[in-house]
Design a protein around this ligand. Sequence first.
Ligand code: RAT
Ligand code: ZN
Length: 417
Amino acid sequence: MRTQTAILPGLALEELAAIPFIDVHTHLFMPSLGSLGLWGIDELLTYHYLEAELFRSHDITPEHYWKLSKREQADLIWRTLFVENAPVSESNRGVVAVLNAFGLPTDEPDLAEARAFFSAQEPRAHIRKVLQLAGLSEVVMTNDPLDPEEAPLWERGAEPDPQFHPVLRLDRILNKWAHHWQILASKGYAVDAAITARTASEVRRFLDEWCKRMAPVYMAVSLPDTFVFPEDGPRGKLLAEAVLPACREHGIALSLMIGVRYQVNPRLRLAGDAVGRADLRALEYLAVNYPENRFLVSVLSRENQHELCVYARKFRNLMPFGCWWFLNNPSIVEEITRERLEMLGTSFIPQHSDARVLEQVIYKWRNTRRTLAPILANSYRVLIEDGRPVTRADIQRDIQRLFRGNFERFAGIRAAS
Ligand code: RAT
Ligand code: ZN
């Protein structure tokens, strides 16, 4: 049935709400890695996005803040950003939306009721409930094989969960080889500080074993704005000689998240990273010279977004995904998503949550649906005006592709849907 333009925004919102999404990049953990998972009001309030904002509205020094207990930190952030100021920023509003989703008060002077609620939840049931509230069928994790807390859990055999897909994260290996090669050496790999042929092949063996253990849906690395490829340092050599061949052999994509300026203010710890414009010729080189590899790509700089779309038009082995970190604000998501729809049709993955705290998926996906509905509706409106009728089935098929099918196909996790 043909659709009238006036009802398009409502229709898009209905379908966005009805179709369960796959969250293609998070920092959440499946129940069997439960000790690593963050959830509840104290974690929500001490998310590093909010910590950065605390220091703008309160005189406390970072050094003093880090000495407080988690509970004291959360109380301070609540008082400063939610009681003494209206919580209008994106990350503040997110906490409000989560409290509201559970019927908790959003304007109390203290956190007593919220704390009582979260501490009464049974973790496994709470995870299922949160994913359902967020409209997600599955989430993709970030799993670090060199993390001293995480690695032993995998080595002992962590029980897989159909709603959580593992990802082999390579930051320590690719970005800080000098600090980490000895961990591999201590686990019996014949590696050195220098990337000799033997070191590269031992890293390859390490990746093969972790692929077997973890069955990752892709490998991933975050990269600085200064990322170049090819290059002669450890990162360039390990990428070329170990990571790219391993991805090919295991038939999995490599996710490149490019554009971080690490620790411009180390006093803020996790909140101390910034953004820089990258030279995407490195991506061009990878796409041209490694046609058998597939690359999921997110770029942090707003200035790199258009180039990424142009490269995606040239190379089918590039899949742009998400509006990452400092870009995940409605005004910027709108701009980037419109640009992508205009340049790539529906052949990209519009968003991921990057959630670090379980309940964040509720607000992040609610925001995405709210921001995307009018953008999609507008695309259909101009299409109708230009002479092509649009049906509800068209809208369903597009949303299914954007928020599920593109990832399933590109990551090779299911037959094409
Ligand atoms: O968005 C974030 O929380 C960042 O701190 C990073 O974790 C980033 O998303 C990454 O995966 O490196
Ligand atoms: Zn992330």
